[in-house]
Design a protein around this ligand. Sequence first.
Ligand SMILES: [Zn+2]
Length: 173
Amino acid sequence: MFYPDLTPYSYANHGRDSFTDMTTGYRSVSFTAPYQRTNIGWLDAKEPWPAGSVPAAFAEKLQAVLAVQAVNECLGHHDCDLCPDDPPADRQTWRRPGHLRACSGTGEIRVPAQPGGSAFAAPRLIGHYVLDHGYRPPQEFIDAVLAFDLDCPAEPGWARFPWIPSDAEVSDG
Ligand SMILES: [Zn+2]
């Protein structure tokens, strides 16, 4: 699934976002996104992508976001296209020797852009791309991740995203 960085998000074109509660793994809150979504990190081996070192604080904060946020998990599973071959069957958690993160994943993350009103939309595999393949996202994404307050007030409180509408639908299954 390739989309150039900084283009409008269209993967889930029904316009809705769904955040899973990472503390239980099954509750979720879903709503029609009241913010613009901008693609970041939808890489494909057949398309050029920017490589380079990233600040250590960014790599650390990106992993903190990935630890608490999972968006649109239902929309399918991606294997890393940059790795030389496919992961084995227990691919959810399998890490290639020497790699820091699994080369397969599901779901996305949302990071409030600066200034507000739009959010970066990245696949959760972005952690693997940055840490294991040396992908360097655009500077505005790096800045936004560093500025993201993961303790932001949110309703429901576990959602870890500041722009969830008050009429968002919480589901326990
Ligand atoms: Zn890979």
